[in-house]
Design a protein around this ligand. Structure first.
Ligand SMILES: C[S@@+](CC[C@H](N)C(=O)[O-])C[C@H]1O[C@@H](n2cnc3c(N)ncnc32)[C@H](O)[C@@H]1O
Length: 301
């Protein structure tokens, strides 16, 4: 196990259970769980495939229990899963927590779409709290434009003094947020990176400044990255070294990892994989050096 930490942001490179053991019970305000879905994805060589559905669910129940132990009494848990597995997790969780919302994150097609059945264009998310009478929900921080009455300037005659409809509302449980695509600035090399916009809504709604947010399957560390942008503390667990390196860079914990510069690879259409700066040109030759990182990021792991 390796632990990296800077300014209230901690990265634990470990198996989920080993990582969770290092965290004090009842110390976390918000947990976002986006585990492997048991659908055969390739996480840098680690196969997302259990020997049976039962084995997968037994594993999920185990980390769910461990996460609940880490959550404060008024804490919130979000869990993502494949559509076919979510009913089991829903049944399991509702015995232990209050499920406030069953959220559908939906997106448009990535191009290749099923032709012989209705292709899957959504992922379910459970929003659960330990205490249904006392939990964080910052409705004012996540308002969206109301597209109905307000846009048409309709008057709401149900009110004692009729006024126009509100132009903003709390989002419903169907969230239309684009998936992370290669050409988006936030893209990292990971098969199931979650969008910043998704985590912004979750973190702003269900935590406050200085709260601690935990993500036990961090991947590209989107959760920790967003937590940092909004003044929360973060703990991220991830087993794969290559994804930990993404986290170290995204959270600006260090700029070098075991002698390797942690710079974001250039995309193909940006001209290559290394950021180069032209030093000299003459006699038909050019001398380049790798671009320097900002001083604030020059630290080593
Ligand atoms: C669905 S992805 C998470 C993606 C992440 N939410 C993001 O935005 O990038 C699941 C992650 O769990 C990691 N993982 C798989 N098995 C693990 C384990 N036993 N312990 C810790 N992490 C694990 C995988 O390497 C993968 O990066």
């Amino acid at each position: 196990m390796q632990v990296y930490e800077r300014d209230h942001h901690k990265i634990i490179q470990a198996d989920v259970f080993e990582g969770l053991r290092t965290i004090s019970d009842q110390s976390i305000d918000l947990i976002f769980c986006d585990p492997p879905y048991n659908i055969g994805k390739n996480f840098h060589g680690r196969k997302d495939q259990w020997e049976s559905d039962d084995a997968y669910l037994a594993w999920c129940y185990q980390w769910i229990d461990q996460c609940l132990a880490k959550l404060k009494p008024y804490g919130t848990l979000y869990v993502m899963a494949a559509t076919q597995n979510m009913p089991y997790l829903d049944l399991y969780l509702r015995r232990k927590m209050t499920i406030l919302s069953r959220i559908v994150w939906c997106y448009d097609s990535s191009g290749v779409q099923a032709k012989n059945y209705f292709g899957s264009l959504y992922e379910p998310i459970l929003h659960c709290v330990k205490d249904k009478n006392n939990y964080t929900f910052n409705a004012q921080d996540i308002l969206v434009e109301a597209r109905t009455g307000a846009v048409r300037k309709l008057i709401d005659y149900r009110k004692s003094i009729p006024t126009t409809y509100n132009s903003q509302k709390v989002p419903g449980n169907v969230w239309q947020i684009p998936r992370v695509r290669y050409r988006m600035p936030e893209y990292e090399e990971h098969p199931t990176q979650k969008p910043i916009a998704l985590l912004e809504r979750i973190i702003l709604a269900s935590s406050n400044v200085n709260d601690t947010v935990l993500d036990p399957f961090s991947g590209t560390f989107t959760t920790s990255f967003v937590a940092k942008q909004y003044g929360r503390k973060s703990i991220g667990i991830e087993i794969e070294e290559s994804y930990v390196k993404i986290g170290l860079r995204r959270l600006e914990i260090c700029s070098e990892y075991q002698g390797e510069r942690l710079s974001k690879p250039l995309k193909k259409y940006e001209g290559g994989y290394k950021q180069l700066t032209l030093l000299e040109e003459g006699n038909g030759t050019s001398l380049y050096k790798e671009a320097a990182l900002p001083i604030s990021m020059q630290s080593m792991c």
